[in-house]
Design a protein around this ligand. Structure first.
Ligand SMILES: Nc1ncnc2c1ncn2[C@@H]1O[C@H](COP(=O)(O)OP(=O)(O)OP(=O)(O)O)[C@@H](O)[C@H]1O
Ligand SMILES: [Mg+2]
Length: 420
């Protein structure tokens, strides 16, 4: 009997793949090598995973996250022995059930029914056992009417439904689920998440790979971040997800909505008319910076941290009674708020030449995500725009362990109490 508290032990695992050259560059390569008197190779090597060490404790739900191509699926395939490593070893204790790729393990010409039997037998079930489970599997998949059709006629979502139903109904000790759930419709996704939660409660071990970070955070006890085939961080979900976002920001990959904002009743704004900046320009906004209280520039801010927004200007002549304002939008275009100096009774008598105005938040109330800032300078009545930049600056907000809320846009300073 194995007394280990680990369900899976991954020791110094590496995996390489061959990448093939295209014909033209291959010929060049062969030729150059002939000149050099070397033997040529058709392919070069590429390490998809490099020296991964990781223990997965029994009963834990662990999320794998990371950019496309970072090695998540490869690692799952190594754990489930669909692939073999080029270095290191993996020990898994318990029966593994895997839901990895669309229809992996399904034979396209066979019916759903036949595939269920084959699939379950690969997972170690006898025909009699499958027959006992068959109704549950089909019920969960919701594919009663299609179960005797060849699976090649199934939609992607139907594939996943059947695959997940088999994977979940064969009573594994360890469940590996890759991305695929995203293909199912919303109802089915919810059903799967519920089932995964039940699994968790039964003390089974789960590895969950997904780009849906909200679900990862909700579901997982621990999260592992892979980047370029290396394990770069593991730990509490909120910390690792925050690190992943930081990494994306560093790579310039955290995108704020690209399409133009919607106007009025959700009518898409005509691109040709969309003006991001307008005004008479006697005074111009020369930049907006996000700073900490020491005046250091920030690439991102965490929920609850202080933030100083500096609006730099250049007044080409003396401007009396200018009003500075900002507006804040979610990345889906929701207008969150729009403070200005006049409404705050912060009166600026006149400006001339270069300078800046700062707006300081004691505690950023925004939940993690990407936000857009507008900044503007108007005359005192708010009738004339000197310079208005609409939703031009991006601010990334990262998670902190302290925040009480998770979903939505803002956190509210508040308390609960119980009364009678
Ligand atoms: N069979 C294969 N042959 C060659 N290269 C492969 C093979 N499988 C994966 N790779 C490469 O290994 C790297 C890691 O791929 P993997 O599928 O593990 O990424 P991933 O983290 O699951 O990405 P995604 O988020 O897009 O699913 C990629 O560069 C991929 O091109
Ligand atoms: Mg993958």
């Amino acid at each position: 009997m194995n007394m280990s508290t680990n369900a899976i032990e991954i020791k110094n695992i590496s995996k390489k793949f061959k990448t093939y050259r295209n014909k033209e560059s291959h010929l060049k390569y062969v030729f150059l090598n002939l000149l050099k008197g070397k033997r040529s190779r058709l392919h070069s090597e590429f390490w998809a995973l490099k020296n991964i060490d990781l223990d997965i404790e029994k009963g834990q739900t662990v999320g794998f996250i990371g950019c496309n191509g970072s090695g998540k699926s490869t690692l799952l395939k190594l754990i489930s022995r669909i692939l073999y490593p080029d270095g290191g070893a993996i020990d898994a204790h318990g029966k593994i059930s895997t839901l990895i790729e669309l229809g992996s393990g399904f034979h396209p010409d066979l019916t759903g029914r036949e595939n269920v039997y084959i699939n379950a037998s690969i997972l170690g079930f006898s025909r009699a056992e499958v027959t006992k489970k068959f109704k549950d599997i089909v019920d969960f998949s919701g594919l009663e009417d299609f179960i005797d059709n060849p699976v090649k006629t199934y939609s992607s979502g139907m594939y996943v439904r059947l695959g997940f139903s088999v994977a979940i109904n064969v009573a594994p000790d360890i469940l590996l689920v890759d991305e695929v759930l995203a293909v199912g419709d919303e109802n089915f996704q919810k059903k799967c998440i519920k089932k995964i939660m039940e699994f968790k409660e039964q003390g089974k071990t789960i590895i969950f790979v997904s780009h849906d970070l909200k679900t990862v955070e909700e579901l997982c006890d621990r999260v592992v971040l892979l980047h370029n085939g290396k394990l770069v961080k593991q730990g509490k979900p909120v910390d690792v997800i925050s690190e992943y976002h930081r990494l994306l920001i560093g790579a310039g990959q955290l995108q704020v909505r690209k399409e133009e904002p919607r106007q009025g009743e959700g009518e898409p704004r005509d691109r040709s008319n969309w003006k991001n900046r307008w005004g008479s320009k006697e005074v111009e906004i020369t930049g907006v910076q996000f700073l900490d209280l020491q005046g250091n520039g920030l690439e991102f801010v965490k929920t609850g941290q202080p933030l100083r927004v500096r609006i730099a200007y250049d007044a080409h002549k003396e401007i009396e009674n200018p009003v500075f304002g900002i507006a804040l939008y979610s990345d889906t275009g929701v207008h969150i708020t729009g403070p200005n100096t006049r409404k705050h009774n912060f009166h600026i008598a006149a400006i001339k030449g270069q300078g800046y105005v700062e707006y300081e938040m004691e505690s950023v109330p925004l939940l993690p995500g990407s936000y857009l800032f507008s900044a503007a300078i108007y005359d005192y009545q708010g009738l004339q725009a000197y310079d208005h930049w609409e939703q031009h600056w991006k601010l990334h907000v990262l998670e902190t362990p302290e925040m009480p809320e998770r979903l939505g846009l803002i956190t509210i300073p508040a308390r609960w109490s119980l009364g009678k």
